[in-house]
Design a protein around this ligand. Structure first.
Ligand SMILES: C[S@@+](CC[C@H](N)C(=O)[O-])C[C@H]1O[C@@H](n2cnc3c(N)ncnc32)[C@H](O)[C@@H]1O
Length: 177
């Protein structure tokens, strides 16, 4: 996890953790870290069964099934939303972010990890093609940086920093405003 320095974090919630790849990578490289994997109950059951973590990492996992349109787990230092907001239209994104904001302590941080649409889509056809895919498959969409900033602003966050990973994802770090 070269692109994520989590050395000062002891508790994190991976919202919509899916197959647990991100959580597993964070646990492997941060021995001080405990991660709550949160997703729909049947997804959590499946991932808990399938994710083959070494005992020293499994003991630092918490598994929570739920619906991010109702509530997300509270009391963590760091919240992560990777490849989640692009599944949804802006109104649904505001609901998800609003529940994160409600659950988060005032000094917690949120990392939104997504591929960003370039200001010039012709120069970046991968994300432009993903945008069409997201729209066709489930009504979601890829977004430009300015659009993520707007969603964050409207749900009680301030965009604090932006960094790019080698894999093409951008990490937007936000704090409660
Ligand atoms: C595109 S996947 C991203 C998974 C993971 N974050 C990743 O980067 O691989 C979206 C995830 O959102 C979860 N999800 C969809 N609706 C949800 C809901 N209402 N509450 C919680 N999780 C939900 C899905 O089960 C799925 O795991």
């Amino acid at each position: 996890m070269a692109c994520l320095d989590l050395s000062d974090v002891t508790t994190a919630v991976d919202i919509a953790a899916g197959g647990g790849t991100l959580a597993a990578a964070m646990l492997a490289t941060n021995p001080q870290l405990t991660v709550t994997l949160f997703d729909l109950p049947h997804v959590i059951e499946h991932t808990r069964h399938e994710l083959d973590l070494p005992p020293g990492q499994e003991s630092r996992c918490h598994w929570t099934g739920g619906d991010f349109f109702s509530a997300v787990p509270g009391d963590a230092e760091l919240y992560l939303l990777k490849s989640v907001l692009h599944d949804w239209d802006s109104e649904k994104c505001l609901e998800i972010l609003g529940h994160c904001r409600t659950a988060m302590p005032g000094d917690a941080r949120l990392l939104v990890i997504e591929r960003l649409l370039s200001e010039d889509p012709v120069s970046d056809t991968l994300v432009a093609r993903l945008d069409i895919h997201m729209m066709a498959v489930n009504g979601g969409r890829e977004r430009r940086l300015v659009e993520y900033r707007d969603l964050l602003d409207r749900s009680g966050f301030s965009l604090h920093s932006v960094s790019n990973s080698k894999s093409g994802f951008t990490i937007l770090e936000a704090v409660p405003s």
